[in-house]
Design a protein around this ligand. Structure first.
Ligand code: 13P
Length: 250
C-alpha cells in the first residue's frame, strides 16, 4: 500500500495576520503538488485569514496546539470546536517546544489527542529525543513511550487516520538534520510501535513524518526513505524554499 505523503509547515510564533496572508500569496504559485497533502499549521490568530487566503488552492489548514476541554473557564486557550468551525483539519499536538516550555506531558497530549479525534480533527502527534538521550542510546525506548502514552485508549480505526511527526530535538532549528538513515531508523521504530499496538493494517496506513531542519536540499532524500511519509517543516516553511520541499521530486 502506498501512503500519500503529507508535508506540513509549522509556522510556530511567526507571522502577524497580514504577514500570514502575504506569505500564502507568495507561496501559492510554488506550493502546488497534487501528489502530496500540504498543510499550513499557523498561529491561532492567523487561522481565520489564512483559511480565506488558501481557498481553492488545495492547501489544508492546521493549528499548532489546542486545549483538551470542550469549553469554559480556560482563559487564553482554544478549543477543538473553535478550530473545526474555523476550517482547521489538522492540529499539531505535543511539539517538543510545548513539552519543553509549557510543561506538556505525554498524559496531557493523550487527552488532547482524544479531544481532537472526537471533534473530527486529525492530530499530528510529535515525538523525539534530546541529544543527551540519543547519546545515551535510549532514543527508541523514549519515543516508544511517547507513542504508547499518546495513543492510550485511541481505537485502531481512529489511530490509522492520525499522523506522527518524529522530530529529534537536536535537529530542530539547528540546521543539523538527522541523516536519512537516522531518520528512517526511528520512523521505522515508530511504525513498529504502532504495529505492536494496533496490528499491520494500521501500521501500514498511518503516516509518519520527519521534522528537523528539513529544506529544499535534503527533502528528496529524506522523503525517499521507506518509512518517512513526508515532513513537518519549521523555518523553511516560511520561505520560498517550501515550494521546493513540496515538489521534492524535482
Ligand atoms: P525546523 O524545520 O526549523 O528545524 O523546525 C522543525 C520543527 O520543529 C517543525 O515542527
Amino acid at each position: 500500500m502506498s501512503r500519500k505523503k503529507i508535508i506540513a509547515g509549522n509556522w510556530k510564533m511567526n507571522k502577524t495576520p497580514s504577514e500570514a496572508v502575504e506569505l500564502v500569496k507568495t507561496l501559492a504559485p510554488l506550493v502546488q503538488n497534487p501528489e502530496v497533502d500540504v498543510v499550513y499549521c499557523v498561529p491561532a490568530i492567523d487561522i481565520v485569514p489564512v483559511a480565506e487566503a488558501i481557498k481553492g488552492s488545495g492547501v489544508k489548514l492546521g493549528a499548532e496546539n489546542m486545549y483538551c476541554e470542550d469549553k469554559g473557564a480556560y482563559t487564553g486557550e482554544i478549543s477543538a470546536a473553535m478550530l473545526k468551525d474555523a476550517g482547521v483539519q489538522y492540529v499539531i499536538l505535543g511539539h517538543s517546544e510545548r513539552r519543553e516550555y509549557f510543561g506538556e506531558t505525554n498524559a496531557d497530549i493523550n487527552k488532547k489527542m482524544k479531544q481532537a479525534i472526537r471533534n473530527g480533527l486529525t492530530p499530528i502527534m510529535c515525538c523525539g529525543e534530546t541529544l543527551e538521550q540519543r547519546e545515551q542510546g535510549i532514543t527508541i525506548d523514549f519515543v516508544r513511550q511517547q507513542i504508547k502514552v499518546g495513543y492510550q485508549d485511541i481505537t485502531a480505526e481512529d489511530a490509522a487516520k492520525t499522523v506522527i511527526a518524529y522530530e529529534p530535538i537536536w535537529a530542530i532549528g539547528t540546521g543539523k538534520t538527522a541523516t536519512s538513515e537516522q531518520a528512517q531508523e526511528v520512523c521505522a521504530a515508530v511504525r513498529q510501535c504502532i504495529r505492536e499496538i494496533y496490528g499491520d493494517a494500521v501500521a501500514e496506513e498511518i503516516r509518519v513524518q520527519y521534522g528537523g531542519s528539513v529544506n529544499g536540499g535534503n527533502a528528496a532524500e529524506l522523503f525517499g526513505m521507506p518509512d518517512i511519509d513526508g515532513g513537518l517543516v519549521g523555518g523553511a516553511s516560511l520561505k520560498e524554499d517550501f515550494g521546493k520541499i513540496v515538489n521534492y521530486k524535482g
